[in-house]
Ligand binder design. Sequence first.
Ligand SMILES: Cc1ncc(COP(=O)(O)O)c(C=O)c1O
Length: 432
Amino acid sequence: MATATVTNAELLKRRENAVPRGPFNIAPVFAERAEGSHVYDVEGNDYLDFCGGIGVVNVGHNHPRVVEAVKAQADRFLHTCFHVVMYEEYLRLAERLNELVPIAGACKTAFFNSGAEAGENAIKICRAHTGRQGVVAFERGFHGRTLLGMTLTGKVKPYTAGFGPFAPEVYHLPYAPFFANPRKHSDEEVARLCNDALDRLFAYHIEPESIACLIVEPVLGEGGFHPLHPVGARILVERCRENGIVYISDEVQSGFGRCGAMFAIERYGLEPDMVAMAKSLAGGMVLSGVTARAEIMDAPGIGGIGGTYGGNPVACAAANAVLDIMAEENLPERANAIGEKVMALFGKLCATYDFAGDSRGLGAMCTIEIVGAGGKADAERAGRICTSARENGLLIMTASGNCIRTLMPLTIGDADLAKGLAILEKAFASVA
Ligand SMILES: Cc1ncc(COP(=O)(O)O)c(C=O)c1O
C-alpha cells in the first residue's frame, strides 16, 4: 500500500465543510487514479469497480484508446463552440450514431452535455415536430435533476420533494404492468393491463391527439433495474405509432452495450422513434445526444436547440474512440457473458437468503433486491451489504434504495469478475 500524503478522512472533513450534502456519495473515499475495472483511492486502496461511475465507463476506466483520443484532440483545440466554428469529430460521431440507432431511414443527431439535457432536448424536439404539448413518462422512471428532468422523473423522494412547481403537461403511467416480471405475469394479462392503463390515460387525463411524446427507459435505472415486459414494450410502441406520439427510448443508462446490444431497445426487436443517450457514450467525458429521423430532428428552427458546450470536441473524440472499442472488443456480446455469471450468483443468493427477494437483469444490467418481512424493501440491509463489499475491496451501489445493481465495465476480465462476485457473496453472508 502506498504511503498516503492525505487520508480519506481528512478529505471527507473538507468535503463536509465545502460542499453541500445534496450531491450524495456512496463511499467515504477519494480517487487517486483509475484503470480498467479498478479505482485506487488516495490511501492506495485498490477497489474493483462494479459502479463504473454510474454506468459511464462501459469501456473501462481510462481505456488507452479513449485517453489517446482525448490527448490528441486536446493538443489541437479544446473548444471552439460548434455554433461558432464547427469540427469534424462532431460530424463523424453524428454520422456513426445515425447508422447505429435501431431506427430505419435517414437520421440526424444533436449533442448536448448531460443525460438530463438529452431528455429535455428530446422533448423540445418532439413538441416542435408534432405541434403538441403533452408528454408521457412513467412512475419510477428517472430522467435527471433539471426542472423538466425531475418533472419527468416518477419518484418523489429525493428527486422532486420540495422542488416544485414542476413543468406542466407531463403525465405519468403506472410502472406496473409495463415493467411486470415475465416469469410472474403472462403475456395475456400484461397485454390487458397495459392497454387498459393507456385507455385510462387517454380517457381521463389527456387525449392522444395532444401528446407529443412518450419517454421510457427500456430498463428502469434509478427505479430499480426493472426491464420492460416484452409485451408492454410492444404495446407502447404500437399505440404511440397509432396515435402519432413520438416514442423516445431513454438509453442514458441502458445504452452502449450494457444490456447485450448497443441499445437496450434492440433486445426487444422494437424500433423507437428517438433515442436519448449519454453516460457511456463518451467513456467518462461529458457528452449526451439525441438521435431520430431527420424530419423529426429538423423540426426546431435555427438556434432552437444547442448550447455553448454541447458536443465538445474532446468529448466527441472520446466518443468516437468508444464506438471503435465497442465494435472491436465486441462489448455488447461480452455484456451477456458477464450478465450470465452475475445472474448465476444472484440466483444462488436468492435461494440461500430470505432477504434476497428477487433478481433480474438484461445483459450486464442486473440487480438483486433486498427485502424484509412481507417482501418490503430493506434499504438498510442493502446498504450494509454494499458497505461490507467496499470494506473488502468492491465498489457496488443500490438503485431505488434496496436493489443492488451491477454497472461494472464491460471490459472486466474473468478473474476480476469472479473476484468481485466472490466479495459480494461474502458481503451477503456478513449480514445474514
Ligand atoms: C435513464 C436516465 N436518464 C437520465 C439520466 C440523467 O443523466 P444525468 O445525470 O447525466 O443528467 C440518468 C442518470 O442516471 C438516467 O439513468
